[in-house]
Design a protein around this ligand. Sequence first.
Ligand SMILES: [Zn+2]
Length: 319
Amino acid sequence: MESTAFRSGLLALNYHRIGESANNLFDDGVFSARPEDFEAQVTYLRRHFRLLNLRELLEISHNGFQFSECCALITFDDGYSDNFELAYPILRKHGISAVFFVPTDYIENPHLPWWDHIAYVLKKTQRPTLSLKTNPPVVINLTKTSRQNAIFQILRVFKSASKANEEGFLSQLEEAAEVQVDRAALGRELFMSWSNLDQMVETGMSVGSHTHTHQIMAQLTEVDQRRELGLSRELLEGRLKTSVLSISYPVGGPDKFTATTKRLCGDLGYKVGFSFYGGINRTGQTDPFDIKRIGIDITDSPFLSRTRMVFTTAFGKTF
Ligand SMILES: [Zn+2]
């Protein structure tokens, strides 16, 4: 399908990690593409879309999001160091600017996020069974269940457990698995540094906020949301000497941020906010604080990722 068959609009893509998920020590679920697949996707996008940078998108936003053609924007969430090591050189080679949304606390005080922490413990453990005194209790026979399945189960238990006892859950898991985790050392390896971000900004990339500590905005009080949104912007602008006008909401589903989140973002000086539940952004129908993005998944074949882009652009539906 050629681009002339598309209706005008903005296809915003979202990536997390770039790299080979096999044999990595952390959560396979956050890998979006191998470097060669990412490059093929960039090449495809260049051929069929007008690839925007953030400044161009902000200009279009002043004009009520009047897209005169099929535009695309590449974004990354979470600030993993492979974004700098693997994605950034590919983007530079093709002369493309992307937006990197980082949770400032991950850069300021690197530590493993809970999903990578859980995956790391499960991948390292030598124990044949894992018993957690959760409610209900969890017992996993690791000789009969694949590691991937065990990780999936524990991630699900963690997500449904009380946020108040996040640390308690992770230390109980470490104890049961007999695996000690140096969260700070592993975090430094896994996330970008301020100097990585500095270098990217100096060479035409954009950095946006992904809040300070990556909590789900809809679950916080207005005071806490304001702190997360404001502190993150303040730190990014102070450290990178650039204006920070964009944000992506952690997790980003329609129930993960609220009208209050969007209002606070506007009050604090952000101009655009990105969600993460699929869809296309059409002329005149785009909410500046709910710009839709589609996720690219490492399990997609090159054909499937292209088809995803084409269908989303042509019909506004994500699959
Ligand atoms: Zn995120």
